[in-house]
Design a protein around this ligand. Sequence first.
Ligand SMILES: *Cc1c(COP(=O)(O)O)cnc(C)c1O
Length: 344
Amino acid sequence: MASGTLTVDLDALVQNWQNLGAFGPEAGAVVKADAYGLGVGPVARALAKAGARKFFVATSEEGATLRRALGDGPEVFVFSGHMAGDSDMIADLSLTPMLNSIDQLQRHMEALPKAPFGIQLDTGMNRLGMEPAEWAALGEIAMAKSPALIMSHLSSADEPQSAMNILQLRVFKEMTAGLDVPRSLAATGGTLLGSEYHFDLTRPGIGMYGGAPYTDALPVAYLELPVIQIRDVEAGESVGYNMGYVARQPRRVATLAAGYADGLIRAMSSKAKLFYGQRECALLGRVSMDLITVDITHLTETPASLTLLGRQQSVDTLAAAAGTIGYEILTSLGARYTRRYSGG
Ligand SMILES: *Cc1c(COP(=O)(O)O)cnc(C)c1O
C-alpha cells in the first residue's frame, strides 16, 4: 500500500478534553478545520459521547457538517458569525452564530429574530468581534434578546508572561460587567493561565489534539509512512530534487510514500526526523510532492515503514523542525492517508 496511515487515538483525545475541562467549570470543544485535520465526524462524536455539549466551528458550512455528524442536541457555535447567505443554514441546522458586528446583529435580527445567537467581543486582538465603542452602543439591544454566550479571544495566551493577557482580561471584564449571560474567554492557552480566565466556559482546541501549549497532552495523531524502495547511494551521489542532499559517505536511503501534497511541508526538507522504533532517521534533501527520502544507513533491519508522528515525536517537535507550529502541521495533514480511529 503506497499511502501512509494516520491513526487518531480518540481515547487520548477524550482524555485530553476531560483533563483540560477539569481546570474550569465547563469545557466546550473547538472542532474547526475538520477538527484540526483529524476528522470532525469521529472526533466530535467521541467528544459528545464523553459529554461535550458545546462545539465551536469557524464557518456555517463547517457547522452544517458538524450538525449532520452530531444530530440534534449539542450547541454548535460559529465564530465567523452570521454572514450574508447563511440564514437558511443557520436556521435549518440550528447553528448559533457568534455575532461580530452591528451588520451581523442587524442581519440576524431581521432574518431570524427568534434564533439563538452569541456575541463575540474584541478585547484587543483586532481580528473578530465588536469593539468596546460598538458594544457600548449595541449592548442593550443585544442583551434584550438574551444571547446564549458572550466570548472573546486572547492573542497571546501561549505566552503566560505577556501583559496582553492581563489587558485583555481587564477589557473583557469591563465589557461584560453586570451582564447576566454565560461568558467565555479562554482557549487552550487561556485555560492554563489560571482560574480568573475561565469564566463559565473554556474553548480548548489544540490541547485536545495533543499540541502545545498543553504540554501534558497525550499524543492523539500517529502517522506511519510506508517505505516504497531502498537503495544504496555512493559517496558523491546526490538524492532528490536539485541535489538537495549529497552523500559524503556511502548511504542507505529509503524512499517513503508521502510528500508536501500530504502536508509534509517543504520547510521540513533536510530538517525533519523520522523514527524506526526509537531510532532516529534523518530526512535527506528536498520534500517532493508525493515522496520523501530518509537516511536508514544505521538501521540493522530493513524497515517496512517509518513513524513521523507518535510517541517518539509530537506535532510540536515536528513543527519546530519545519519552523512552524503544531496547528499548521495538524491542519495540513493530507487527504491521501488511510485514516484509522481507535477507541472513542
Ligand atoms: C481556534 C480558536 C479556539 C481554540 O484555540 P486553541 O488554541 O486551539 O485551543 C478558541 N477560540 C477561538 C475564537 C478560536 O479561533
